[in-house]
Design a protein around this ligand. Structure first.
Ligand code: OOG
Ligand code: NI
Length: 457
């Protein structure tokens, strides 16, 4: 087959994310309500803030506003994780970042399968936060073995999905018709199954160890547990959730509201109790699925991230137990130390920026100095914040916990094991900071080369 008849992986991801969204809206009607609320607040925000509307239009972001930014799943075995890596690769999604959630009392470690380059992110930014259960952290050997043997019996992929993944690998992509079949087959892995694979007593034993263990082990597949659209005003959506019938998470995770947004802010409506059939004709319920929203800001450098982590840790005592408004206020007070204008964030190397020539820069003769600050002051170059595309372990733990009934087990902490995760994955994870640093330096070299060198001849 010639390469021209193959569909771009970005297009397959776009089809897949739309199919996933439609499936989730049908399965979880409250998620549809959340999408409507987000859309309403986004429209009002754009009407009120015309500068924001112009900026989004200039960056060609308005038409993608309604597209989900991420989803999340949890798997039980190394084989499942490794196969998912191959499944996501078909759609141009690659493992970026290692997140140790054991630190927060949750027995998983995770990565995000996501598009990497700019063009792919702007075509469709959909990514999947993927966690691997760490059975080795379960204390009881009997329970550990029982969980492992239940997991060993399931296959979370359809035969069709396996065939199409192998086909994509051997022919270097999929045709239009194969891509549609792949999306339909892949979707089956993420579907909800109301029939558990175990009896109620087994479910309860695993649940008593940790609700997450029951969620991963007792079902036929890793049901997608949330999807997450992008909001332009997370504080406003949080405020309106109760009136729209949603049980909002108590607090917004991440940094406080700022003039220059940094990293990632997130909140959710809490997981719903859903009827579940257990083996032996027993009925019960399981809580797993929820809806989340996110608002993203600039990616921080190692130095900026260290400052963020320090301030977040310092805020913990002051914010403990506070309701959202008071929590945000206390957080803002601690974060007053974090510079909140683009020029300072850039000059102090706290955040990543992408450098571009302005119209004047394009028209300028070469032979300029190579001092970026001077070029910016002369209006020849602009610096645009690079959006953070990844996740935050403390925030992720907060999202996990609010949907797992706050369960936390300190016995799990202090067990980061990136090597074991990568061995299970069958690949290394890309370092997210290196990606931002590379983008910044390529853009810097590009403008300096154009403005600085050409007259040398
Ligand atoms: C994943 C929670 C983490 C996020 O946005 O930080 C997450 C899960 O509950 O499986 O999705
Ligand atoms: Ni999430």
């Amino acid at each position: 087959m010639s390469n021209t008849s193959l569909v771009a992986p970005d297009d397959i991801r776009d089809r897949f994310s739309k199919a996933m969204s439609a499936m989730y809206q049908a399965e979880v009607p409250q998620y549809e309500t959340l999408l409507e609320l987000v859309d309403e607040v986004n429209r009002e925000t754009l009407e009120r803030d015309t500068a924001l509307a112009e900026r989004l239009a200039a960056h060609d972001e308005l038409n993608r506003l309604g597209v989900e930014r991420h989803g999340a799943i949890r798997v039980g075995t190394a084989e499942e994780l490794a196969m998912l890596r191959r499944l996501f690769a078909v759609m141009g999604m690659h493992p970026v970042g290692y997140y140790d959630l054991s630190e927060a009392g949750v027995p998983v470690h995770s990565t995000a399968f996501r598009p990497i380059d700019d063009a792919a992110l702007s075509r469709n930014p959909f990514r999947v936060f993927t966690s691997l259960l760490r059975l080795e952290l379960i204390e009881s050997p009997a329970l550990r073995e029982q969980a492992a043997s239940i997991l060993a019996e399931r296959d979370i992929f359809t035969a069709g999905a396996r065939e199409l993944i192998a086909l994509s690998e051997s022919q270097g992509g999929l045709s239009d018709e194969q891509a549609d079949r792949f999306v339909a087959e892949a979707l089956e892995t993420f579907r909800w199954h109301r029939d558990a694979t175990v009896d109620l007593a087994t479910y309860e034993a695993l649940h008593a160890e940790h609700r997450l263990i029951a969620d991963v082990v007792c079902f036929r597949g890793p049901h997608i547990n949330h999807l997450t659209p992008r909001t332009l005003d997370i504080d406003e959506v949080q405020k309106r959730m109760p009136a729209a019938g949603m049980n909002a998470k108590e607090i917004i995770e991440g940094p406080p509201r700022r003039h220059c947004p940094i990293l990632l802010r997130q909140t959710s409506f809490k997981a719903l109790e859903e009827p579940t059939h257990f083996k032996g004709e027993r009925q019960g319920t399981h809580t797993a699925r929820f809806g989340e929203i996110e608002q993203r800001g600039v990616a921080l450098t190692g130095k900026g991230r260290a400052l963020y982590d320090r301030l977040l840790a310092a805020s913990r005592d002051k914010t403990q137990g506070l309701a959202n408004d008071a929590h945000q206020q206390a957080l803002a007070e601690v974060f007053a130390e974090f510079p909140d204008d683009e020029a300072t964030l850039r000059r102090e190397e706290l955040a990543f920026f992408e450098y571009r020539l302005t119209d004047a820069g394009h028209a300028a003769d070469a032979g300029h100095e190579t001092d970026l600050d001077a070029l910016i002051a002369q209006g020849l170059v602009t610096a645009r914040p690079i959006t953070y595309e990844d996740f935050l372990p403390v925030s992720a733990a907060g999202i996990f916990q609010s949907n797992l009934g706050g369960a936390q087990n300190d016995a799990y902490t202090g067990h980061a094991n990136r090597e074991a995760f990568e061995a299970a994955l069958g690949a290394t994870v890309t370092d997210e900071l290196a990606l931002y640093a590379e983008r910044e330096s390529i853009s810097k070299e590009g403008v300096l080369k154009t403005l600085g060198s050409a007259t040398a001849d």
